[in-house]
Design a protein around this ligand. Structure first.
Ligand code: ATR
Length: 278
């Protein structure tokens, strides 16, 4: 009898997650036999759900909002990139029975920007909006691609300053509020705030996007997000949302679990075509 390996994504809310679909497509493409489900899990139930999942023989989990920090605490071993991010989106059962925590969000973003959209990062001035877990997960990987500098702008000033101070040894970085951005220009602006989920937008001054600048919203939606529209209105050469990053971070998790790297391009194309016809 073939035993089918079980995986799941946990989050709250999780109803609209595209992850089960993405992993099903990856499994078909690579001919892997597995089940991947979505499970609604409020933070207070996280520990018992995860312990039960692995006790019943589950092989791996993805964790999304608001569970990434809890997953980080839960993981017995962590990769260096997860350690720095202080957030874990992928839990993997190891051969010795221990649980490894990784964070594949940063690599998902970099792959989408550089491989899928041919965007050069070396020597670019980057602005990140927001100073939460999403920002924490991408700073190190952006510096690994030799970006020139990163400014973190956040509604709560202290959080931006603290985060910049924490990563000061990694690269040239400062934290500030939104109002001091006026007069500066950036080649790449990344929205890592939670605003797109509510249709809001941080208070951004005009003219902060350099000529040929790129905008990237870590969130994704069937309709263009408020920030993607802001990028279009501000003449971004590309104004992208995070659908590609979602598929790329999933591919990295799939590789960690199965040792096989799925092709992402047909999956991104399929999901994009579906939302255009939505
Ligand atoms: P995540 O783990 O997804 O980053 P988070 O840690 O809750 O989630 O961070 C959410 C980010 O969105 C924060 O930077 C938050 O700003 P504050 O630190 O000031 O709370 C930002 N954010 C949420 N709503 C916002 C809004 N309406 N305008 C500007 N920033 C907002």
């Amino acid at each position: 009898m073939t035993v089918i390996d079980h995986y799941a994504v946990l989050g709250h809310p999780i109803k609209h997650s595209k992850s089960p679909r993405i992993h099903k497509l990856f499994a078909e493409q690579t001919e892997q036999s597995l089940v991947y489900e979505a499970q609604e899990v409020p933070a207070e139930q996280f520990l018992s759900v995860v312990e039960t999942f692995f006790a019943k023989g589950g092989k791996g989990l993805n964790c999304t909002i608001p569970l990434k920090e809890l997953a980080w605490v839960f993981a017995e071993h962590k990769t260096e990139r997860a350690q720095l991010a202080k957030a874990v989106n992928t839990l993997a059962l190891q051969a010795d029975g221990s649980i490894l925590g990784d964070n594949t969000d940063g690599v998902g973003l970099i792959t989408d920007l550089m491989s899928n959209h041919d965007i050069k990062l070396a020597d670019r001035k980057v602005l990140i909006l927001g100073a939460g877990g999403a920002t924490r997960g991408i700073i190190r990987l952006l510096f690994e691609q030799s970006v020139k500098s990163i400014v973190i702008a956040n509604r709560t000033l202290e959080k931006a300053i603290d985060l910049a101070a924490e990563f000061v040894s990694v690269g040239n970085m400062i934290g500030c509020g939104f109002e001091v951005l006026a007069g500066q220009q950036f080649d790449l602006i990344i929205n890592a705030t939670a605003t797109s989920l509510t249709g809001q937008l941080p208070p951004l001054p005009a003219n902060i996007l350099a000529e040929k600048g790129v905008c990237y919203d870590l969130a994704y939606s069937n309709e263009p997000t408020t920030f993607v529209r802001w990028g279009q209105d501000n003449n971004a050469v590309k104004s992208l949302d995070g659908l590609g990053m979602l598929v790329e971070q999933a591919a990295e998790a799939f590789f960690i679990w199965r040792g096989v790297r799925p092709r992402t391009e047909p999956v991104i194309k399929l999901l994009n075509d579906e939302r255009i016809s939505h």
